[in-house]
Design a protein around this ligand. Structure first.
Ligand SMILES: NC(=O)c1ccc[n+]([C@@H]2O[C@H](COP(=O)([O-])OP(=O)(O)OC[C@H]3O[C@@H](n4cnc5c(N)ncnc54)[C@H](OP(=O)(O)O)[C@@H]3O)[C@@H](O)[C@H]2O)c1
Length: 310
């Protein structure tokens, strides 16, 4: 067991400018348990083996957490080369480099590795059969990491939302501000998950691992309560309506077939999270509470920006 009381665990975060990367950086930096080194994509390109080697040699972290990802599900169909280069090839590069220095790697994967035909939810050992190239690239990334680095955690998450970047919460909010009538798909089921909640889970797992828990492997995590995109949008409107009068007066349910998208998406991508509870004692928390907190943060950040530019 390591002397964790006197020596913080040193973690190196890749993709630190992304949704999960930024929330993880903030939470871990505020926690005395950790000594955090964080690299944005501009500072460390994980598809470049030399850059990866230099970063690991310089810091020799206790753990690497890879939060990078090519996540544009539709664009993946046209830009498959870029998608596989990051979601599969680069994961192997990082995994091999970590392996040579005996550094465990925490890697994020996706509910999109499953085809969504199994309505009661997917467990870790259900066979992935991705529908599109994004899901295929994430599955390949997982498999290539398993092949090169036994000391890994693969955490599959779903429907990530936050105040950062292009995500469903922000898109719904933007539309609701601009349009009188908006629509959302009501025939796809899943569990929204806040980036802050994922950061909480990664931190809790790392603390236990650093204390000697030998729980390597693949885990699922998502916010509690299954919903549809329509149900999530309704909740976004209700939460945001506490802060401003939105333009949207009606929200129409539509079917996936009415959307013009390049990639097919799973109809049900509910992740069963019992393995995480049994191995680490980490419970799912309701995404509705996280959404209210995230919307509050969105308005706080907006008013801070307005004050700064006034
Ligand atoms: N978003 C979701 O709904 C969702 C769902 C399930 C699983 N996940 C998984 O969770 C992880 C994090 O997702 P996220 O939503 O936080 O992603 P995100 O916000 O898009 O962040 C990913 C970060 O990786 C960076 N990046 C891209 N190429 C890189 C490279 N070659 N080297 C280093 N960094 C690079 C990106 O930079 P640029 O922005 O400059 O490209 C971005 O800052 C990913 O593995 C994703 O597949 C996400």
């Amino acid at each position: 067991m390591q002397d964790f009381l006197s020596t913080p665990a040193k973690i190196l975060i890749t993709g630190a400018d992304g949704q999960i990367g930024r929330f993880l950086y903030q939470a871990a930096s505020a926690d005395a348990f950790f000594n955090v080194v964080a690299y944005s994509d501009a500072e460390l390109d994980i598809s470049n083996p030399d850059q990866v080697q230099v970063a690991l040699d310089e810091h020799l972290p206790d753990y690497v957490i890879n939060t990078t990802g090519f996540n544009a599900v539709d664009r993946a169909e046209e830009e498959s080369g870029r998608c596989f280069a990051l979601n599969a090839d680069a994961v192997e590069i990082l995994g091999r480099a970590c392996g040579e220095l005996s550094i465990p790697l925490v890697h994020l994967s996706s509910d999109y590795v499953f085809d969504g035909h199994y309505a009661s939810g997917y467990k870790e050992d259900d066979q992935p059969t991705p529908l599109g190239l994004y899901g295929e690239s994430k599955w390949q990334g997982e498999e290539r990491l398993r092949a090169v680095l036994p000391q890994h955690i693969i955490l599959r998450v779903s429907w990530v939302f936050s105040t950062i970047g292009d995500n469903f919460m922000r898109r719904a909010l933007q539309q609701a501000r601009e349009q009188q009538s908006i629509s959302a798909v009501d025939d796809r089921r899943g569990c929204p998950t806040s980036a802050a909640d994922i950061a909480r889970v990664i931190i809790a797992m790392l603390k236990q691992i650093h204390n000697g828990a030998d729980n390597w492997g693949t885990y699922h995590y998502c916010g509690a309560e299954v919903t549809s995109r329509y149900g999530f949008t309704e909740a976004v409107l209700a939460a945001a309506g506490q802060y401003e009068k939105l333009a949207a007066e009606t929200l129409e349910p539509i079917s996936s077939s009415e959307l013009c998208s390049d990639a097919e998406r799973p109809a049900s991508s509910v992740l069963v999270c019992n393995k995480l509870l049994n191995a680490f004692g980490i419970r799912q928390i309701p995404w509705r509470n996280e959404l209210i907190a995230m919307i509050r943060l969105q308005y706080q950040e907006q008013s801070q920006q307005e004050t700064e530019t006034a």
